[in-house]
Ligand binder design. Structure first.
Ligand SMILES: Cc1ncc(COP(=O)(O)O)c(C=O)c1O
Length: 376
């Protein structure tokens, strides 16, 4: 069964039980396919799944079973992963801004790979987790995170030595700031220089974390990044004694989730368009899509009884909260639908369930996989 068939079965079963809530459909096989693709394309780089992108337990268990690690940003994320019986060794605590109690929790649980990008954060880690294996995050592309690789990084490496902290390596997160995939070759070159500098201080680094930011919708884009990453590794870190990891989030989940929403109101608007209102919202699953102006794709499942010849009309799709900004799609030609029809939006896995709020009393949505249909 494809996603639309699964969604329709869930809609039918739910409606027969009086349930008309929006819901997610998760294709776990897609997550697995992505993992296999990653391993095939960049075998030297072990993915540590960025839990922040989507903390669905079935996704995290699947990734555990195939051998991934995890990038956690907080105590809660670390505990979620440890509760899945994952070895603390397979976790990196990658948030460069940490609360003391969260550092102490990591220390208690033996999650020892911890990222920092400033002297005060390093001193905080020294005080509360002196045996941590620290990882210095370089490059400050957006100012909030990272440090300048020329001016600050050498000083921070030296500070690790002075504080007798176990600096194991460097990290960077180029993310989606650039479309220039060759940036990875230059990043590995910089990393090599800093490794060499550390060696002059008698410190042997053996760990690199290349961050996340890889989209999973267009694999030809990923292929370009993979080629650049492989070229950088081959040129600057050919030997296997350096462990290389990454923190991909959306790569694994973006295409694996779809959200099915019901059209709960249709009305003509004074500006000549048709306005549709669905039981979803920018305060629920569509926040990230709204902020980043993502071009949303959807298909229609017709459930209304109204017979007509569907035509394309200028339309907008609004969310169900009372906020007047809550518009999911604006001013687009789309097939005419009716109240009671369903719209299934694709590529909804990354930063959707994870950023959903309870605004206006709407709860987070159920996530179904095909196996769940039998148990509805
Ligand atoms: C440091 C770091 N690592 C990993 C990620 C995951 O990014 P993505 O889901 O785009 O792969 C992020 C996202 O913000 C990040 O800031």
């Amino acid at each position: 069964m494809d996603v639309l068939q699964i969604a329709e079965s869930i809609i039918d079963k739910n409606l027969s039980n009086g349930i008309d809530d929006a819901f997610f459909v998760l294709d776990l096989e897609e997550v697995k396919r992505k993992y296999e693709y990653w391993i095939q394309k960049i075998p030297r780089v072990v993915p540590y799944y960025a839990v922040k992108s989507n903390d669905d337990e079935r996704v995290m268990k699947l990734l555990r079973d195939v051998g991934a690690g995890y990038d956690c940003a907080s105590k809660k994320e670390i505990s979620q992963i440890l509760n899945l019986n994952v070895d603390p060794n397979r976790i990196i605590y990658s948030n460069t801004i940490k609360q003391v109690s969260h550092i102490m929790y990591a220390a208690e649980k033996g999650v020892d790979k911890i990222t920092f990008d400033s002297a005060p954060e390093l001193e905080k880690i020294k005080q509360h987790y002196p045996n941590a294996k620290v990882v210095l995050r370089i490059f400050n592309l957006g100012f909030k995170f990272g440090c300048d690789h020329e001016k600050e990084a050498p000083k921070l490496i030296k500070l690790c030595k002075d504080l007798d902290m176990n600096l194991i390596g460097l990290s960077f997160h180029i993310g989606s700031f650039t479309n220039d995939h060759t940036v990875y070759v230059r990043a590995f070159e910089t990393t090599r220089k800093l490794f060499d500098y550390a060696e002059t201080l008698g410190m042997k680094l053996n760990f690199i974390d290349i961050g996340g930011g890889f989209g999973g919708k267009d694999l030809s884009v990923f292929d370009n990044y993979a080629a650049s990453i492989n070229a950088g590794i081959e040129k600057y870190f050919p030997s296997n004694d350096v462990e290389i990891i990454s923190e991909p989030g959306r790569f694994f989940v973006d295409t694996a989730f779809s959200v099915a929403t019901q059209v709960i109101l249709k009305k003509p608007s004074e500006d000549g368009q048709i306005y549709y209102y669905v039981n979803e919202s920018i305060y629920m699953s569509f926040l990230t899509m709204f902020l980043y102006k993502v071009n949303l794709k959807f298909s229609v499942i017709r459930k209304s009884k109204k017979e007509h010849e569907p035509k394309n009309l200028l339309s907008s799709i609004w969310g169900c909260t009372c906020n007047s900004m809550d518009k999911i799609i604006g001013d687009r030609m789309m097939p005419e639908v009716e109240m009671g029809d369903w719209l299934v939006f694709f590529n909804m896995g990354d930063y959707t369930t994870a950023t959903s709020t309870k605004f206006n009393g709407f709860n987070s949505l159920n996530v179904f996989i095909s196996d769940d249909i039998e148990n509805l």
